[in-house]
Design a protein around this ligand. Sequence first.
Ligand code: CTP
Ligand code: MG
Length: 223
Amino acid sequence: MAKVSVILPAAGAGTRFGAGRSKIFQPLCGRAVFLHALELFARRDDVVQMLLVVSSRDADELNGRFGDELRRLGAETVEGGTDRSGSVRNALSRIHDEAELICVHDAVRPCVGTEQIDAVFAAAERTGSAILACPVRATLKHSPDNVHVGQTVPRDGLWEAQTPQVFRGDILSAAYQTGLSATDDAELVQQLGHDVELVEGDARNIKITTPADLAIAECILGK
Ligand code: CTP
Ligand code: MG
């Protein structure tokens, strides 16, 4: 069983959610969204460290309302960057030496199942780089002007990337040292020339982006 450090980026502004404050604090089944994500990892024997990356805007609220809970869960906090990559980069400098794998998981994906975490951890231990993803099911339309329907994009071979994304520590650190930018960690690792394995996840592993997602997550967690 490889030892894992978990980075939970939570330093975004939540602009699309539109609450005027970070969506990580939104209540979901009675607990803040980010606590659900932390708890998924806190109870695992293979997790040796959890780094919650937070914006300086949210630090007072976090420490004031959730300081005791963070200590109980064993989570450390790290200051966020101007974009998600900057937030992950800040956390990388704090990874414990004993960690063999680094798992990056959005703090706003509270519904990922334990079996899925097990599967992506095992794949990363075997290959060095693995992510959860789901085959695209929708019919995809390109629009040249954002008004009219253009071409239908064939969905064969298209997968929607999720998190957790899990890498051998040396691979992820090297990917972040290139100074290149990317929309997720897997893309940075690929730019370094490493293959990244797809582990088929579950459509219930949604990212809370808008209030509608919060309502869906309530249904998923409420069973
Ligand atoms: N994130 C981060 N640091 C940033 C930007 C984003 O840690 N500078 C985190 C978010 O807190 C979130 C995850 O990355 O947990 C995925 O980002 P997203 O869903 O885009 O969240 P926000 O950036 O907060 O939302 P929006 O883009 O609507 O402002
Ligand atoms: Mg964002």
